[in-house]
Design a protein around this ligand. Sequence first.
Ligand code: ZN
Length: 455
Amino acid sequence: MTSTARPDIPQGRILIRGAHLLTQDPALGEFVGDVLIDDGVIAEVGTGIDDAGATVIDGADRAVLPGFVDTHRHTWQGAIRQVGTGWDFPKYRQHIQLTWGPQFTPDDVYIGNLVGAIGAIDAGITTLRDESHIQNSPAHTDAAIAALRESGIRAAFAYGWPSIDSDKWMLRGEATHPDDIRRVRSQVLSDDDALVTLQAMLRGPELSTLDVTTQDLAMARELGIRSSMHVGNGPWGPQYRGIGSLGEAGLLGEDLLFIHCCTSDDEELKMLADSGGHASVSAAVEAVLPGLGAPATGRLLANGIRPSLSVDTEASVAGDMFNVMRAALSAQNVGVSIDPASYEFLPAFTPADLLAMATIEGARASGLDHKTGSITPGKAADLIILRLDAANLLPANDIAASIVGAGHPGNIDTVLIAGQVRKYQGRLVGLDLTDIRHRAEASRDRLFSVELVDG
Ligand SMILES: [Zn+2]
């Protein structure tokens, strides 16, 4: 894996000097200054920091942010990225979850997760909540986790359900969460301080039933892990009221992350806010995949919830947060144009708000804000350095607006995760991309040989 090792990669103590820091820490704000990294941790943030033993990275014409946090991605679909661009939600579900999902081998899961995770790192995403509903066997589960570890990304592996036996596991099936999650908790991901940790991706009241969700939540809380659920999914939102039914049963809590919330009603969003729970807006997927509903960004803000952002699936959209931030802005303003009455009382949001949603709010939603999400001394050194002198950004008239409005993964010069340099001077570090590409192509070719039939 290190056949492309480069001797120039900074290691150990690193001092980023004279960069434009967008810290996402309200006590520090935004300023031109220095960041000292030692032993994987942000040791000091300020101006005029001197450290004779550190390797210096010149921050001139550079912005430094905490790494992006993607709070919901079905990473196993990495090697079939963009195959469903232009599909609607029923078609995505039919082809990818019901037709190809059962065909995935552990090798397919491994390479899908590896391709997804390294693409995320390349795009400046340092923390990934891998919503993994491909637990077709324990070997599939172990392959998904192995690939996340191999990539070097910080990840919450959210253990979902199998993409087999759809009557049992999807389509409002009544099986409770797979017991194998207990094996993973005790034998594979027992360390909550590790780079890859365990969470649960539950089906929730809309994809399963309230009774099943009650049992699944009791299991997750017994294991001491956080849970997520997809809710407000198109017509199922008003039909089953996922957040509302959990609230009425007294089951909401700070440990829960609700994904999409497109058609969750205002009463539900208020219950969510009161519970201290979290939300994830997948604005790009919601915008290009008809059937889910409009991104709830403004409605969440109006009801007192600062959402996180997520890619959801590369089968449909690009795997970077620039695209998601812009989609959140576009979708809200399309709504204002076509339905002004519904949007009249919704708060607007700025590029700076979107950067916060893509970083610190994602860390909070993932229960990882004690580790990541801001440039704060004591947190892990999960940092990204962007080139402001790139052809598409110069002269960077307003740095937050430039990044949100025009940034792309090619602008990410350097990525550090827990102080390890994973991308440097625009290139991923320590990966054999030729080998990874060949394995991704083999997986893709095998899956593509399975015929798709429209449902
Ligand atoms: Zn999803």
